[in-house]
Design a protein around this ligand. Sequence first.
Ligand SMILES: NC(=O)c1ccc[n+]([C@@H]2O[C@H](COP(=O)([O-])OP(=O)(O)OC[C@H]3O[C@@H](n4cnc5c(N)ncnc54)[C@H](OP(=O)(O)O)[C@@H]3O)[C@@H](O)[C@H]2O)c1
Length: 377
Amino acid sequence: MTSTQPFVLRWGIISTGNIARSFVHDLLVDPKTRSVYDVVHKVTAVGSRSLATAEDFVHKYVNGDESIKAYGSYAEVYTDEDVDAIYIGTPHTCHYENALDAIKATKHVLCEKPVTSNAAELRSLLAAAKEQGVFFMEALWTRFQPLAKEVKKIAESGVLGEPVALQADLSLDFKLHELPKTHRILDPYLGGGALLDLGPYPLIWALLALYEHPSNKKSKPSQITGAMLKTPLTGVDRSTSFTVTFAPTSSSTANTLAAQAVLSCNINAAAYQTGVVIRYERGIIVIHAPIYCPRSFTVQYFEEGNPKFVVKEETRRFEYVGNGMHFEADEVARCVRDGRVESELWGHDKSLLEMKIFDEVRRQGDNKFPPGVEKVV
Ligand SMILES: NC(=O)c1ccc[n+]([C@@H]2O[C@H](COP(=O)([O-])OP(=O)(O)OC[C@H]3O[C@@H](n4cnc5c(N)ncnc54)[C@H](OP(=O)(O)O)[C@@H]3O)[C@@H](O)[C@H]2O)c1
């Protein structure tokens, strides 16, 4: 007999900043509003470095539900028996230690992007998660949104031909001169700068459209280049551009994809409307900003043999209640329910590739963290 009751995932929230607020807001959206009937989410504990802040968070953002435990430390959330999965929303350079503590307490983990400061930290976390047999995923929410799934379907249907080139940018004007130098965007000790904060979003579209494309056969990029412009305020990268190239290898059975992604991010410029452009042999997919949670995309189909003429154009729009972080939470719940240790959509291989690309761009941009910031090198 199969159960008709939805699987309930009990969440412990680590930290009470901006993104933790957004995540919890979406967790509280009734899954039925997005036609999800098999899983539901329950926040059971919130941990902050300060008890008063945790209590305030529960009061203001988790409906003031008195059954939710507010803790003045993260450690108490990890050991709470009413918590199945931990959501980590601390600054990048805290992710490694927070995630490791959660894993050691045999909790499942959803960790904000960028998942760690570097690839070595991530490898260490993945080994720990494997040892403990827990689920682990980077919170790259864009990959789980219905729009991303639809883009992938069209892109891989063959109707547009092979991908050739991709451009993507994510920029936000953080008004750097008005920020304290201890703000996480400016502070090198918190992994500040454009690449680690904004870079995951242009990159995720390159990985979806190129790395995941069947012609690539999961081959690693053949070349990565990067250039960084640093702010004199604290030395973190203000503007970063990077390219990720996929090229066929010489083996006849291997990948045939030949395509290049040109990606950029800035922390002192506003986003522009055309967030992502993916160019194919016989058409173009344009994903409209904001590229972390786009609500529409447009496909242009070229005239047969004549790419100068667009013979058909269609725009798809996506409506749902909430901001779109609940889709990644649904994925975590289903994976935990099914005993899986990683997601098929955004698995460990993709987070590792992301961190290796960032390591290489930082190496070429001579972007070093202060000593001790990277816990594993
Ligand atoms: N998915 C997305 O779209 C998205 C968007 C924005 C940010 N993020 C990611 O989420 C993470 C947090 O970003 P945010 O904008 O939420 O930052 P934030 O507003 O500054 O919040 C970070 C929280 O982490 C905790 N924390 C622990 N150690 C800290 C330290 N040394 N300094 C400052 N805070 C510390 C604090 O909570 P307590 O005081 O309660 O302990 C703080 O409120 C980053 O890794 C960022 O890349 C993701």
